[in-house]
Write a protein that binds this ligand. Structure first.
Ligand code: ASP
Length: 354
């Protein structure tokens, strides 16, 4: 797995407004039809022929491309490490970053990167497209151009959005609050539990009061280890004891995201509570995340969630599953079990409401 620098000449008259690095990982964005009518990744060095207006942005653009661009279903934590390292190594030279990524797992990657880069003071904007850039009706062009605008936007020399975000279909949302919710229409992502950070119309309206800024003395730190001994158990009426026990007894399992109903509710069947209690007593971390994209887990609101709190299930509040999974992987690689239990429902990068 490696990456390469692609040179594109966006030289325009006068001094560039900003230096922005584009990291191209793959996805539908960069697809084009080959001679047999099959969608294949396009050669990113040809971006200017697809999007000549890049020259009119007055930006100094550097492009780093995955050697082999991938469909985001093939993303693994090693790719998150590569993306975070590229940003970390080029941080001093660039004003902002735009990451082109497939939409399928973009929320996982954006969540992971938000936890991997602490003290971030520059924009990292993820975007992609529902239709390849080679298609006349593609959303790729607008998504990339506006992402570049946002990545370079400054007020009095300071980045307006120093966060890991997703820009898609005229909205900017916090990466670790995002969810892919749509595969046929252009509005692929939503952030149910946190306000939109900006809306793009004739001008880009930033919702400044909800944008996170690092402490003035914070410096960028990178966390790049993952412990992937985790699983997700999504409840459904009729789930069998065999299924629940098989997952709870997975070899080397250290943490489980329990996807519950509504405000964190689960069956009160004695076998279910007993299995969960036994797993926790053997050391498993169980985090309660709701299947609802909006609202939050409140253990004890209903009788069907009180038992979970009583036996040591941790409430995940209003975190998304994508945030919960990536945050667990990173915390478990850094800290012991006690510390992970303490940190998992405290905000690291604005991913949970307290
Ligand atoms: N399967 C594609 C991917 O996630 C879909 C997309 O890019 O929108 O890479």
């Amino acid at each position: 797995m490696s990456h390469k620098r692609i040179s594109i000449n966006t030289a325009s008259p006068g001094k560039p407004r900003s230096r922005i690095m584009i990291i191209y990982t793959g996805g539908t964005f960069g697809m084009t039809y080959d001679a047999h009518g099959v969608l294949v990744p396009f050669d990113f060095s040809l971006i200017l022929s697809q999007l000549p207006t890049l020259r009119n942005l007055f930006l100094d653009l550097t492009v780093i491309s995955f050697d082999i661009p991938i469909d985001s279903s093939n993303i693994w934590p090693e790719h998150w490490k590569m993306i975070a390292e590229i940003i970390f190594e080029n941080y001093g030279d660039q004003d902002g970053f735009v990451v082109l990524h497939g939409t399928d797992t973009m929320s996982f990657t954006a969540s992971a990167i938000s936890f991997m880069l602490s003290g971030l003071a520059k924009p990292v904007i993820f975007t992609g497209a529902q239709l390849p850039i080679s298609e006349p009706r593609s959303d790729a062009r607008e998504n990339l151009i506006t992402s570049l605008e946002i990545a370079s936007a400054k007020k009095e020399g300071v980045a307006i959005v120093p966060e890991v975000c997703i820009y898609f279909d005229y909205e900017l949302i916090r990466g670790n609050r995002s969810k892919k919710v749509e595969s046929m229409h252009f509005d692929a992502f939503e952030s149910e539990n946190y306000p939109v950070l900006a809306k793009a119309g004739v001008k880009i309206d930033y919702n400044n009061v909800v944008i996170h800024h690092p402490l003035p003395d914070a410096s960028l730190k990178i966390f790049k280890k993952f412990d992937t001994n985790i699983s997700i158990l999504k409840l459904f009426p009729g789930i069998s004891q065999k299924t629940v026990d098989a997952i709870l007894n997975t070899a080397d399992l250290k943490a489980l995201v329990l996807e519950t109903y509504g405000s964190g509710n689960a069956p009160s069947a004695p076998w279910f509570i007993k299995s969960i209690r036994e797993a926790i007593s053997k050391g498993l971390i169980i985090l309660n995340i709701s299947q609802c994209p909006g609202g939050m887990v409140v253990q004890g609101k209903y009788e069907t969630s009180k038992a979970l709190g009583d036996i040591g299930v941790i409430s995940g509040g209003d975190m998304t599953t994508e945030s919960a999974v990536t945050k667990l992987m990173i915390l478990m690689a850094e800290y012991d079990q006690l510390m992970v239990r303490q940190l998992i429902n405290k905000p690291l990068a604005g991913e949970i409401t307290i």
